[in-house]
Design a protein around this ligand. Structure first.
Ligand code: MIC
Ligand code: SF4
Length: 647
């Protein structure tokens, strides 16, 4: 039996476990990336491990999320990360150099290699044939130290593309179509492998739009073959030497095959407040809009930007619309400027923003109250834009421009002919904004700069054998990490200050939660299905930990968040019978006994001492996870397992 692409990379990086779906496997990690909103924690954690230098082939620290600098906090974080990077052997991508995923794709990603990043959209590099995972900062810290990355061996789904996209129908519409088919839960426990003759016509940045939004499916990761398109992209980046071909064996076996006919696809749009709330653009056409944002790690490549500029050329956006354009990288921006395409964007009335995440994570450009914002981004969760009652829609760059011009949601096919986009033979390579680390000889002389915003992370709390605590919060299905620990311009600068962040925990759902949790001392959260979907931010575990949350009981968990809970020493438990969810209310007192033995058995009973009922909960952890929970999380566990701390 042959291998799929993902299986081939897993096989060549396997350092523990066997490749049977559902079993825990350990992978050797070639590259890591961090961004600044999660990076401070990751380097604090790396420091705690006491390893002097990273042991990966390549590690890069990007600054792209917190670039507003409204106070000293961002600047302090940047200095901390820059100094830690210099000391520990990590390359430092300066603010303004671009969004981590776009820059990593351009400059570092290579087919056949493994990458983990402290950002859920790290699978973007699957577009270049890399096996790339989003992970919590602690997992990234461990990988930087040479430790393995543990995942459950996923099922492998194949999405087979046939035909060719029509003008004004784009890879973003392919992403929205697969979200329509599978939903935000549908990729859970699976790697999505893209194949079929339809992939041949997609360039690497177009493929990266699709692997990027695999995160919204809850997939472990997504990957494309490495072929002529990959070779061409790498050659244009001056990196043809990184090319290796990669394809699935003809007799590879997939757990599920989904077919999409590109010829039949039309422009799609995800309506508020979920990326899988997808309909055809034409069905909501005519709805007035107030804002359009183009950019984010999903749609900010040179090709996307050239399409936007050529559609805007000679036209002016509607007076009722405020439009922003954020190129994904300095390379993209400088090529737009040199080619004159930037002038067409500016002449249309659009505003140019920095090469950074910006509005995608609510760092500026929040919509007006009750406003309608069309974004080429990947997430439209409630409140994420910074305006709680705004309606955010996710669209392709083409639909974004068509709507910006008319002031109402518009099917881009009404724009007439799609102008021909000529991509240059080679990209303008200039890595001067990527600072090299100190040599290992000089590293000892580098001091780490620690400003007052950088607070220690919360003390770990081992899972005890008996636990009695009240339910401090009960929430529904698909709770996102943006609900648990919101971001945005007012909060994001405090990512290295857990006590301050704790004031905003769950503020989107229930502003009284932090006070209630604190008053209870220890407590338990009850959630629905797909609890913790979205971001990789470990703050969504560390902040509840700080507020005394000791367990989360849910119908199911999103992969990265479940790992972050375990890494932080909070026990994630799943209802054996999902109907029991309805029987627990906020304020109920729950009592566990024999948790340790239950964790070995794989299930434990919890008594609801308020109602007198008892429910069975699943806690099917591996031995490693059990040990981690019992010693209070990954850092404590790693400290006791790293044999050699010398570089
Ligand atoms: C996001 O898109 O939600 C973020 C902000 O990039 C997060 C990381 C974070 O919260 O810092 C992610 O996707 O992991
Ligand atoms: Fe940045 Fe948005 Fe991409 Fe997250 S999804 S990395 S906030 S651009």
């Amino acid at each position: 039996m042959g291998y799929t692409i993902a299986e081939k990379i897993i096989k060549s990086h396997l350092c523990g476990g066997s490749m049977k779906a559902g079993e825990e496997i350990a992978l050797r990690i070639d590259q890591t990336l961090t961004q600044d909103a999660t990076g401070t924690m990751a380097y604090l954690e790396f420091e705690t491990m006491g390893i002097p230098r990273v042991r990966t082939e390549l590690s890069v620290a990007y600054i792209d999320h917190n670039t507003l600098g409204t106070g000293f906090e961002n600047a302090d974080d940047h200095l901390y990360i820059a100094s830690a990077a210099k000391k520990f052997g990590v390359r430092f991508s300066r603010p303004g150099n671009g969004i981590c995923h776009q820059v990593h794709l351009e400059r570092f990603g290579r087919p056949g290699a493994t990458l983990i990043g402290s950002d859920s959209h790290t699978p973007t590099c699957g577009g270049i044939g890399m096996l790339a995972f989003g992970a919590g900062g602690m997992d990234v810290a461990v990988a930087m130290g040479g430790g393995a990355y543990y995942i459950t061996m996923p099922k492998i789904y194949k999405v087979e593309l046939s035909g060719r996209l029509h003008a004004f129908v784009t890879p973003k519409d392919i992403s929205l179509e697969i979200l329509r088919i599978l939903s935000v839960k549908g990729g859970g426990g699976a790697i999505i492998e893209w194949g079929g003759e339809g992939v041949l016509s997609l360039s690497v940045p177009e493929r990266a739009t699709i692997t990027n939004m695999g995160a919204e499916l809850g997939a472990t990761t997504s990957i494309f073959p490495s072929d002529e398109q990959t070779r061409r992209f790498l050659a244009a980046q001056g990196r043809e030497c990184d090319f290796v071909p990669l394809s699935a064996d003809p007799d590879a076996v997939y757990d599920r095959v989904i077919k999409i006919d590109l010829d039949a696809l039309e422009p799609l749009i995800a309506c508020p407040h979920s990326p899988d709330n997808v309909v055809a653009v034409k069905t909501v056409a005519g709805k007035p809009i107030s804002q359009v944002c183009v950019g984010s790690c999903t749609n900010s490549s040179l090709y996307d930007m050239l399409k936007v500029s050529s559609l805007l050329r000679g036209r002016v956006i509607a007076p009722s619309v405020s439009m922003s354009v954020s190129p994904g990288s300095r390379q993209v921006l400088s090529m737009l400027a040199d080619s004159g395409a930037l002038s067409d964007i500016l002449a249309s009335g659009a505003r140019l923003l920095e090469c950074a995440c910006g509005p995608c994570i609510g760092m500026g450009f929040s919509p007006n109250s009750g406003g309608v914002s069309l974004r080429t981004f990947n997430r439209n969760f409630e409140g994420r834009s910074g305006t709680k009652d705004a309606g955010v829609y996710l669209v392709s760059p083409e639909t974004a421009v068509a709507s910006a011009l008319t002031g109402v949601i518009t099917d881009p096919r009404t724009l007439g002919e799609m102008p021909e986009i000529r991509m240059p033979e080679s990209f303008a390579v200039n890595d001067s904004a990527i600072i090299q680390p100190a040599s290992s000889e000089d590293a000892a002389d580098v001091s780490i700069v620690r400003g007052p915003n950088i607070k220690p992370f919360p003390a770990s709390c081992p899972v005890t054998d008996a636990l009695s605590a009240k339910v401090s919060l009960k929430v529904g299905d698909n709770i996102t990490t943006d609900h648990i620990m919101p971001a945005g311009s007012k909060i994001l600068p405090y990512r290295s200050n857990i006590p301050y962040l704790s004031k905003f925990c769950f503020s989107v759902c229930d502003e009284s939660f932090p006070e209630r949790a604190r008053a209870l001392g220890e407590s338990i959260i009850v959630g629905g299905a797909n609890y913790g979907q979205g971001s990789s931010r470990e703050h969504a575990a560390l902040v509840p930990l700080y507020l005394g949350v000791r367990a989360v009981i849910a119908k199911s968990f999103a992969r990265i968040h479940a790992a972050n809970l375990i890494n932080s020493g909070i026990i994630p438990l799943t209802f054996a019978d999902p109907n029991d969810y309805d029987k627990i209310s906020e304020g109920d007192a729950l009592s566990f006994e024999g948790l340790h033995a239950g964790m070995e058995r794989g299930s434990v009973n919890v008594k609801n001492t308020t109602t007198g009922e008892e429910y069975r909960l699943v806690c099917a952890f591996t031995e490693r996870q059990r040990e981690m929970l019992i010693c209070g999380g990954l850092l404590e566990y790693t400290k006791s397992h790293v044999p050699d701390k010398k570089a």
